[in-house]
Design a protein around this ligand. Structure first.
Ligand SMILES: Cc1cc2nc3c(=O)[nH]c(=O)nc-3n(C[C@H](O)[C@H](O)[C@H](O)COP(=O)(O)O)c2cc1C
Length: 492
């Protein structure tokens, strides 16, 4: 069986059965589904949620069930790439980095239409109807219904390679969506190439595939690489592809997806999109002032219009998006931490771990731990991280390798105890504000942000105050489970 969405669900049920929950009561994807995920997160719970009974955009019961929060836990992501669930910290990021750099030659396999589950139902031209799907509206102030958190594929006209990403799509009518393609991203460079050629730009949205396919979208390699190799690297098997309905052999799409949406952007056709919550939980841009408060009114953006040309799907297909904010979004960004690790290794070879915590929207705080090979390695690591990814990595903290970057309290303890004001490095005007509400430019490409690096490592080869520790042997021996039990038994 190919590694697809159903394979992953089965894998998960076997390894961590308690990680999947089912909702059989009727739920409206308009605000209700996201509110349930939000409530679970507030209680520190991040299960994959299968909604059996959801409404479609016609207001009727949808024949497509909805799965949300697939990437809600790093434990699930570990399982997706063949690790035990408890290896979700740096083991996960490291394994992604290793697979995405060393496992790129697996290749794809093209299958005939009859062998592709995603071709069981084919709808073209007048028959396409996005409103049949349970497309969520996530938050109250969102401009409408959004398809988001799904792999998105484009094809680079100059070299024929495929680019993968995640983008948001504002649904305007049953066959028209807006393409949320941020300036500066590779997807936008692909779109620009078609614009220059005055040709329609094909865009394919993949709903429902193995979680590894979703995770692959956030790896940041050089522009122009064939990114189907990113997916095969994480799947660790060939990705099965099939000719699309619209472009045939010229655009191959994942054969084992639940749903494929094929769309085209016509040259020069743009329209209003948004507002939509960004991955920091804000609506960016102001259009006047919010009527009852000091907030800026969320501003719609101007994005390319996409015309849906064909939809193919399995007979009992799942609709599988991810919210653009919250744990599942932040976890998906792990591919970026893996890419950071790959770059930092070049300047600070003894780098140990990198983590972008949820509190920083998954990319605005970046913590890096390392051992010094020579004086200045921590600063080199900080500058390398700051320069990656436009607008992200706004604050970068470097700590020694005895500090656990996955424990925010430990990181702030190191900042408090191992820095002086001289250890704070400010670099103004680096490219891009991205989703940062503090960075507002006339246009995305004019946005810059000031970055702060904190070198919270101990001074190189200089004596430093001794830190109290408890030996591993003693930690093991003095297990509270053993001792607390004895104390209470004796006292009773
Ligand atoms: C849940 C989620 C939603 C995202 N939404 C968008 C989006 O709407 N537009 C966008 O340009 N990037 C979005 N991103 C970030 C891009 O997917 C990411 O930067 C990707 O690496 C860009 O790939 P590219 O450079 O090949 O285009 C999103 C990421 C996640 C995890």
């Amino acid at each position: 069986m190919a590694k697809d969405f159903r394979y992953f669900l089965a894998q998960l049920t076997e390894v961590v059965p308690e990680d999947t929950v089912r909702v059989t009561r009727e739920v409206d994807p308009c605000l209700e589904a996201a509110a349930l995920i939000h409530n679970l997160e507030a209680k520190g719970r991040y299960p994959l949620v299968l909604f059996d009974n959801v409404k479609n955009m016609h207001g009727k019961r949808s024949s497509f069930p909805l799965c949300m929060n697939m990437a809600g836990s790093r434990q699930r992501m570990a399982v997706a790439i063949g690790l035990p669930p408890d290896q979700w910290r740096m083991e996960l990021t490291l394994k992604m980095q290793q697979l995405l750099t060393q496992n790129r030659n697996i290749g794809t396999a093209t299958v005939a239409r009859g062998e592709a589950p995603v071709k069981e139902v084919r709808k073209v031209r007048g028959d396409v109807d996005l409103f049949e799907f349970p497309i969520p509206k996530y938050y109250e102030h969102d401009g409408g219904y959004y398809i988001t958190g799904m792999p998105v594929i484009t094809r680079i006209p100059s070299n024929g390679h495929y680019n993968i990403s995640i983008n948001r799509f504002h649904v305007k009518d049953p066959a028209t969506i807006m393409y949320g393609v941020t300036p500066g991203t590779h997807s936008r460079l692909v779109y620009n190439e078609y614009q220059r050629l005055n040709r329609p730009c094909p865009v394919v949205i993949v709903s429902g595939h193995h979680l590894a396919t979703y995770m692959a979208t956030q790896w940041a390699g050089p522009y122009g690489e064939d990114e189907y190799a990113d997916i095969t690297a994480l799947l660790q098997e060939p990705l099965r592809l099939v000719p699309s309905e619209t472009w045939g052999e010229d655009f191959l799409v994942p054969a084992d997806a639940e749903i494929i949406i094929e769309a085209e952007a016509l040259p020069g056709e743009w329209g209003e999109e948004g507002p939509f919550v960004e991955h920091f939980g804000y609506y960016k841009g102001f259009k006047g002032v919010w009527p009852d408060g000091p907030y800026g009114y969320p501003m719609p953006r101007n994005y390319p219009v996409l015309h849906v040309k064909a939809i193919t799907h399995r007979r009992d297909a799942w609709f599988v998006p991810h919210a653009a904010w919250g744990n599942s979004c932040v976890n998906l960004l792990t591919g970026k931490a893996a890419a950071l690790y790959e770059r930092v290794r070049l300047v600070a070879p003894l780098v140990k771990a990198i983590y972008c915590p949820v509190s920083g929207g998954g990319s605005y705080w970046t913590f890096v731990s390392l051992k010094h090979r020579q004086k200045g390695d921590a600063r080199a690591a900080i500058l390398t991280i700051m320069a990656m990814e436009r607008g992200h990595n706004k604050y970068v903290v470097a700590v020694d390798d005895d500090v656990d970057v996955f424990d925010e309290q430990e990181v702030w303890w190191a900042v408090a105890s191992r820095t002086t004001a001289e250890d704070f490095i400010i670099i103004p005007a680096l490219p891009g504000g991205g989703c940062d509400p503090e960075a507002l430019g006339a246009s995305h490409l004019e946005e810059v942000s000031t970055r702060l690096g904190i070198d919270a490592t101990r001074p190189f080869k200089q004596p430093f105050s001794l830190h109290a520790t408890v030996s591993e042997e003693l930690k093991k021996k003095m297990d509270p489970a053993t001792y607390i039990e004895r104390v209470s038994r004796r006292s009773s």
